[in-house]
Write a protein that binds this ligand. Structure first.
Ligand SMILES: O=C(O)CCC(=O)C(=O)O
Ligand SMILES: [Fe+2]
Length: 341
């Protein structure tokens, strides 16, 4: 890692480096008392079978068209297991710095442990350290970046991967059914070797929550993202009609959001929502995002059945979307705009 980790900066308690500060933040826009979001709650058990509850499917369609996200409950992953995932995440970041450096991201690489990647001069940096790992397909795992400490880290991540994959399949099938499409429409387009990437995020306490962001505003480049939030510390916010909303914590729930590639596949019916993470002066926050992304050699386009005279096609075909994603992200631009017709 070139620069110091955010964790080290946080522990030093010195003046914040200038490149973490938003010059136009105007004091206080990030930690203003924003409204709490009335984020829809979807019962996954009710959308699992082909004979799913019509009502719950309609709720899903409406949640993803309005907000682009929901809290998943009753998803089949034990509460105690989610706690274990949070625990190993915290334990990893709590290791002494020299132990974590073993997993450091290489220059020009994406996987591994590090802080915000610098792709632009004058970029405002995110107040976060992260560990980024491809978890599926299995033969794509680069185990040299997988922590061996805490001892159970790898096994828990492996199990969490399998559970998340089951959930993603259920959700994608239900999304298709909610639009009266064949249930495999979206999954088939993603391909058999779709990628699942785990991003563990640590947001250390920050002396200037008024002028820094844990994560700058962005929409995910994935098709779908499953997020495990910190159990106690809030920070995630979604944007809707120019207003930011705080996401409430439900410890046993997982936050699911549409990514740009599912917005494209659904011809814009499902929205890939803008979101950001604010920092906290006193407490650190962790989260784990699982990004489900079509294989990079797949052409992604609007699926059959979602284009007609009233709804013309909105997006071009895209391929290897994530390869240009970061350049846009760091400029504060939306990569999906490059795909708009
Ligand atoms: O930490 C969070 O709550 C959100 C993380 C996120 O949006 C991401 O990793 O893309
Ligand atoms: Fe995100």
């Amino acid at each position: 890692m070139g620069a110091k980790s955010v964790q080290e900066l946080s522990m030093n308690g010195q003046e914040l480096p200038q490149n973490y500060i938003y010059k136009d933040s105007d004091g206080g826009i990030f930690d203003a008392s924003l409204p709490i979001m009335e984020i829809p709650i979807i019962d996954i058990a009710l959308i699992t079978s082909p004979s799913s509850s019509k009502e719950e499917l309609e709720k899903l369609r409406s949640a993803l068209s309005f907000w682009g996200c929901f809290q998943a409950m009753n998803h089949g992953i034990e509460k105690t297991f989610l706690d274990k995932v949070r625990e190993v995440t915290k334990q990893f970041f709590a290791l002494p710095q020299e132990k974590k450096l073993k997993y450091t991201r290489e220059d020009g690489g994406i996987e591994g442990y590090g802080n915000d990647m610098i792709v632009l001069e004058n970029q405002t940096l995110d107040w976060t350290d992260r560990l980024y790992l491809t978890v599926s397909p299995k033969d794509q795992r680069q185990l040299k970046y997988w922590p061996e400490n805490p001892e159970t880290f790898r096994e828990i991540l492996h199990q969490y991967t399998e559970k998340t994959e089951v959930m993603i399949e259920v959700i994608f099938k239900a999304m298709a059914r909610s639009l009266s499409l064949d249930e495999n429409s979206f999954l088939d387009m993603c391909g058999e070797r779709a990628t699942l990437v785990a991003r563990f995020n640590l947001y250390p306490p920050c002396p200037r929550p008024d002028a820094t962001l844990g994560l700058k505003p962005h929409a995910d480049g994935s098709a779908l993202t499953i997020l495990l939030q910190d159990k106690e510390v809030e920070g995630l916010q979604f944007l809707k009609d120019n207003q930011w909303y705080r996401v409430p914590i439900i410890p046993e729930a997982l936050v699911v959001n549409v990514g740009d590639q599912a917005e494209i596949m659904s011809n814009g019916i499902f929205k890939s929502p803008m979101h950001r993470v604010v920092t906290n002066r006193e407490r650190e926050r962790i989260s784990l995002a699982m990004f489900f992304t079509p294989n990079s050699d797949r052409e992604i386009e609007t699926v059959n059945g979602l284009v007609d005279e009233t709804r013309p096609i909105l997006y071009k075909k895209v391929k290897d979307y994530c390869s240009f994603y970061f350049q846009y992200y760091q400029r504060g631009l939306r990569p999906i705009e490059a795909a708009m017709i």
